[in-house]
Design a protein around this ligand. Structure first.
Ligand SMILES: [Zn+2]
Length: 219
């Protein structure tokens, strides 16, 4: 999957498509393309879903709203088998799972309790999608997006290669986000990690464009 653009805004035109969207929240609009044929995604989807749920078990508690992901094709319907996330039997399932992964990462890092999203497919080009996610800080949602896309591409295209432990990335990101950027030593003490591990982790956060809040005005 390839990110084409990321924009933030309120996008009132899509509010009616998910009744859980809250008017006061900003949204991130992620436009992305899938890069392989339909069979590629259909074949890999079950393993992808199992792997993602194993990494982020809280996905089992997500809900899909009425009206979200309206789609016509329905070749198989294993929905509600392992997660309440709707499955429609097409490429959109992979993108929709990505949407839930972005929401989950964002909620875990920022400790947001509720957050809604929406996945839409273009008619033309048909491999293009818009994913909308509610956010309080667009840069953090953008980080969650970059990380989720990298994770999905890893699982889809190079599952035998190493990918950094997602739980460690979340722990570090949450710590840095919550306490604002502190010294390597302080983070190392907070997490009970070696300084080497903290440095490696911080480089990873940078790689996925984590919004380090070095200077944040108080008022
Ligand atoms: Zn959903």
């Amino acid at each position: 999957m390839k990110i084409i653009s990321i924009q933030s805004g309120t996008f009132p035109e899509i509010e009616r498509l998910n009744r859980n969207f809250r008017k006061e929240y900003q949204k991130l609009k992620i436009t992305l393309d899938t890069l392989s044929g339909r069979e590629f995604y259909l074949k890999r989807f079950p393993n992808l879903m199992f792997s993602i749920i194993e990494m982020l078990p809280n996905l089992r508690h997500h809900r899909c709203s009425h009206g979200e992901n309206i789609h016509i094709s329905r070749e198989y319907d294993p929905s509600h088998l392992i997660s309440p996330i709707k499955i429609l039997g097409d490429v959109i399932d992979t993108v929709h799972l990505l949407e839930h992964t972005i929401l989950e990462l964002q909620c875990q890092i920022s400790e947001m309790e509720i957050c809604s999203g929406l996945t839409c497919n273009y008619w033309e080009p048909e491999n293009r999608y818009d994913v909308f996610v509610e956010c309080t800080e667009p840069n953090l949602a953008a980080f969650s997006t970059e990380l989720s896309v990298a994770l999905f591409n890893h699982l889809l295209y190079a599952p035998n290669e190493q990918f950094p432990d997602i739980k460690d990335i979340i722990r570090l990101a949450r710590t840095v986000y919550k306490h604002e950027l502190r010294s390597i030593r302080q983070i190392s003490t907070l997490l009970n990690w070696s300084e080497e591990k903290v440095i490696e982790g911080m480089e990873r956060l940078e790689q996925f464009k984590f919004p380090f809040r070095v200077l944040q005005p108080a008022a």
